[in-house]
Design a protein around this ligand. Structure first.
Ligand code: SF4
Length: 447
């Protein structure tokens, strides 16, 4: 069970030295109990206390890394049930499922879908993260051949070896030895042998139960066999059961401190109906799947699921923002237009994207409004005439341009008069309300 703030306080040095950044040891203890800080922040804690507190402050869902190098992904490490309490930590991993019953063309297509899936959205790179190699045939030789092919074409992508056949597991996993793969398919019948194969190859172990009770027994058996990195499949297949099981597991780990289920989860969402599969993936993203296995990664599907995953795994208490700056879009000249907007990431990337679409080189003045969008920043008093004028004067943009004309967002047209008073010698022009009107606006302005 997690320790309370007072219990933690009793184990701290109680010198109130403030090295941790908090005024007292008690304040630090309260933050540690709420899992908002790391024990490392206190340099003076004793080794004995560290052993006790380290266990108490460990995240209730064990962190696990799959893969090595730049494509490695982290799972688990979650500490809350709801993202408004504190952000979800490690985004749900997308793994494309490739069965050993597929023909060569299909296998190549799926590997390619994974390798070319990366897109950039709001400044973040989003992609399909892993490949699940599935022993659908039950044949060891076919499975080994598929594992070899994936290892040769996408050996740096984290691999999930899916089979309940221990012979097939051994030969396939050997292709990913010491690459922190996941061996999935340990059951009550084979868990000891599967644990040995996973350990011998430096892999995590995925346990496949048929119900929640069996799942706890399985994880305990895997732990007894010396496995620390475990990924859980409760056996849920239907949407209702996945929702129920994943919620019960997360709740038991976080609220009850149940260490038997304090591990990341995996759900197989592969469906014949692509729309249904996309909905299932959405369910997994929103409700605690650490890994979802997909049948395909077409671009339209990726756009939906990547966007949802990105939204769920951002910190709701910290708006995404870009740095305040004068951005140059398309090598602007001194007489190019100058647009001002706020530094909310979504605002910046949409406005910058539309300016690029216009093919009109433009100066984009992005003002720090604590990551708020234009209207919100204006309503909060952060995007006012006085503040915009001060930003423009301090930015140094006047030295780069020959036309002192500032284009403001149409939504804050009301600021134009006051801005003209505060920015002496400047012409204030009201631009479009919506970003999608920017290309037409800029083209007509420079025609
Ligand atoms: S650094 Fe450690 S000893 Fe110092 S105030 Fe923080 S918790 Fe207390």
């Amino acid at each position: 069970m997690a320790l309370t703030g007072v219990e933690i306080f009793k184990l701290l040095p109680k010198t109130n030295c403030k090295k941790c950044g908090f005024p007292t040891c008690l304040a630090f203890a309260m933050q540690l109990a709420a899992r908002k800080v790391s024990l490392d922040a206190c340099p003076d804690v004793s080794d004995a206390a560290k052993a006790t507190l380290g266990e108490a402050s460990a995240p209730p869902v064990r962190p696990i890394t799959l893969g090595t190098g730049t494509k490695a992904v982290k799972l688990g490490e979650e500490t809350v049930l709801f993202r408004h309490e504190k952000k979800f930590v490690n985004p749900c991993v997308f793994a494309i499922g490739i069965k050993d019953t597929y023909d060569d063309v299909t296998v190549d297509k799926k590997i390619d879908e994974c390798l070319t899936s990366e897109i950039e959205r709001v400044g973040q790179k989003l992609k399909v993260d892993a490949i699940a190699i599935i022993n659908d045939s039950g044949d060891k030789a076919k499975f080994e051949a598929l594992a070899k092919k994936v290892a040769s074409k996408a050996g740096d992508v984290p691999a999930i070896i899916c089979t309940g056949n221990t012979d097939a597991a051994a030969v396939a996993l050997a292709q990913f030895k010491d690459k922190k793969a996941l061996l999935y398919g340990a059951t009550m019948a084979n868990v000891t042998e599967m644990a040995g194969i996973a350990k011998g190859n430096g892999a995590a172990l995925g346990v496949a139960a048929s119900n929640l009770d069996e799942l706890q027994d399985l994880t305990e058996k895997a732990k007894g066999a010396g496995i620390e990195d475990i990924v859980m499949d409760s056996g849920a297949k239907k949407a209702k059961d996945i929702l129920e099981h994943n919620t019960l597991l997360r709740r038991a780990a976080i609220k009850k401190g149940n260490k038997s289920v304090g591990f990341p989860t995996i759900n197989f969402m592969m469906r014949d109906d692509n729309l249904l599969e996309t909905l299932m993936v959405g369910l997994g993203i929103a409700k605690y799947s650490s890994i979802v296995v997909l049948s395909s990664a077409e671009k339209w599907k990726n756009l939906v699921t990547f966007t949802l995953r990105q939204n769920i795994y951002t910190d709701p208490q910290v708006p995404m923002q870009v740095a305040q700056n004068i951005y140059e879009i398309g090598a602007p000249a001194p007489n190019s237009p100058l647009i001002v907007t706020t530094n909310f990431s979504l605002t910046y990337f949409i406005v910058a994207g539309e300016v690029e679409n216009s093919k009109v080189p433009t100066w984009l003045a992005v003002m720090d409004c604590e990551g708020l969008s234009v209207l919100t920043a204006w309503a909060a008093g952060k995007f006012t005439a006085g503040k915009i004028a001060a930003f423009i004067k301090e930015s140094g943009v006047e030295d780069k341009i020959s036309n002192k004309e500032l284009i403001i967002p149409g939504y804050v047209a009301i600021l134009s008069g006051a801005l003209e008073e505060k920015l002496e010698g400047w012409k204030i022009t009201v631009g479009p309300r919506e970003a999608n009107a920017i290309p037409t606006y800029l083209k007509s302005k420079t025609a």
